[in-house]
Design a binder for this molecule. Sequence first.
Ligand SMILES: Cc1cc2nc3c(=O)[nH]c(=O)nc-3n(C[C@H](O)[C@H](O)[C@H](O)COP(=O)(O)O)c2cc1C
Length: 375
Amino acid sequence: MERQPDDQAAIPEASAVPDAAVSVGDLEALARERLEERTWNYVAGGAADEISLGWNDAAWRELRLAPRVLVDVSRIDTSVTLLRRDLPHPILVAPTAAHSQYHPEREPATLRGAAAAEALAVMSTLGSTPVAELGIAAGGPWWFQLYVQSDRDFTAALVESAVSAGAEALVLTVDTPLLGARDRDRRTGGHTVDGMQPPALAGAPPSVVVPPDPRPHQRAYNPHLDPSLTWETLEWLVDLSPIPVLPKGVSRPDDARRCVDSGAGGLIVSNHGARNLDTVVPTAQALPGVAHAVDGAIPVIVDGGIRRGTDVAKALILGADAVLVGRPAVWGLTVAGADGVQWVIETLWTELAMAMGLLGAATIDDLSADLIWRD
Ligand SMILES: Cc1cc2nc3c(=O)[nH]c(=O)nc-3n(C[C@H](O)[C@H](O)[C@H](O)COP(=O)(O)O)c2cc1C
């Protein structure tokens, strides 16, 4: 997020997704070719030794499917209803910071691509686009990801601007009271204090961490994060907000239950793409316990390492109502702007429908727990 619109000149003009690209992983390789090395590392990297980064991906892949045969799958319906919104599929765009790094059209391109693929998009507080402009650009439903600021009046005004811009829910990031160990960024020279000016936070009084962490990335991010966030803050936000609030970054069943009790409209099982606390549990392993604790009271969404339609199917089998994709949307935006985002979501959507057909699940409700092999 350190590179704001000034850097746009450095970005080569985006082209179409090449015909040779088949899977989301193919776009990762293409995005890598287009991005400056340090920006690539910022996107790809995880915290510290990147143990959880590997786990996030591997945990989905290691789950073995147990398909049901001789089921009529001549009509496959991937549609879901999320917070009273009917969506044709359960694949959402995760909030990621500063899209000016990837494409000159920034978040508006992401929103257009998501809308073209009929995907709900979540926009970050740390985006490169003013909140009012998000509302104008959005061609479909979108949610706003909130980093609560230590100045609560500022936070309330930010919520109000997101609501007036048309955000249909607030995604409250709860896994980042402080920035994690961005060792890869430090090694590759990316993302220090320069240019750290997300428009949504213009004029926000910085928060104070005691003792201050002198490392450059912590100095850049920590003033925009509130380390004093608690359950009371969640309840305050739920009271204040006219739209549902979904804590993002939950791993534990007891925390999930507390989200329900605090009035959350839903929750997101996430470890921030393994960018904060290394060796944290991968989301595929955290999901079943959370889904069990929530027991259908509110929607459960999951992200982290979703790269294939089979990963989406597994998430739904394990109790999620929808998934978010972070890095894949960034790869799409980098490679071909709005068209690239649309391509990523549509590819996952097509793969999901195919996986459902091959699993003997004609509807999302048919994705039952027995479709995962147990020894
Ligand atoms: C480059 C990048 C920037 C991100 N910025 C934010 C952010 O501003 N706010 C937030 O809540 N999560 C942020 N995340 C986390 C994503 O919302 C999401 O949890 C994560 O990317 C999901 O994992 P995946 O990338 O493996 O799909 C970011 C992730 C990446 C990769």
